[in-house]
Write a protein that binds this ligand. Structure first.
Ligand code: CA2
Length: 149
């Protein structure tokens, strides 16, 4: 059974505590439970992580790239939070590992402030989803299942 890595970046540990109009009322623990269910449905194991630190996220992407190359990882779903709009390091990490990665945003970033319209991750991602709320996580896992040869 292959694993799916679901990676969450800065401030996503605050999910469900503030800004419910933008991000909804589900907590990150609720999102993890939704991902457990989605992975079970598609015969995946789940590895669910969050960090507020860019270097930690880079290290986890490298680890994921090695796992995918070894055949134990199906791919990754990545909500990089605000690092989406700032991080060349995360772009390089995704490119450098050749990881099958779905960039995910809970909100429709294109309907928000102009600074959220550009993503450093999108050119390195296999697919991009935004605006489905937290329901995007299980949808992205279903998308990864679809991509498996
Ligand atoms: O829509 C998304 O998923 C984002 O990746 C969320 C990021 C934001 O910077 C991106 O532009 C879009 C912010 C994550 C912080 O989430 C919070 C949730 C509740 C309270 C405070 C922050």
């Amino acid at each position: 059974m292959k694993t799916v890595l679901v990676l969450n970046g800065p401030n996503l540990n605050l999910l469900g505590t503030r800004e419910p109009a933008v991000y909804g009322s589900a907590t990150l623990a609720d999102v993890e439970a939704m991902c457990v269910e989605a992975c079970a449905r598609h015969d995946f194991a789940l590895d669910f992580r969050q960090s507020n630190h860019e270097g930690q996220l880079v290290d986890w992407l490298h680890e994921a790239g090695r796992a995918q190359a070894a055949g134990t990882l199906a791919g990754a779903v990545f909500n990089a939070g605000a690092y989406t709009h700032t991080s060349v390091a995360l772009h390089d990490a995704i490119k450098g590992t050749g990881l099958t990665l779905i960039e995910l945003h809970i909100s429709n970033v294109h309907a928000r402030e102009a600074f959220r319209h550009h993503s450093y991750l999108s050119p390195a991602a296999k697919a991009v989803m935004a605006g489905f709320g937290v329901a995007g996580y299980p949808l992205a896992i279903a998308g990864l299942a679809q991509m498996q040869g």
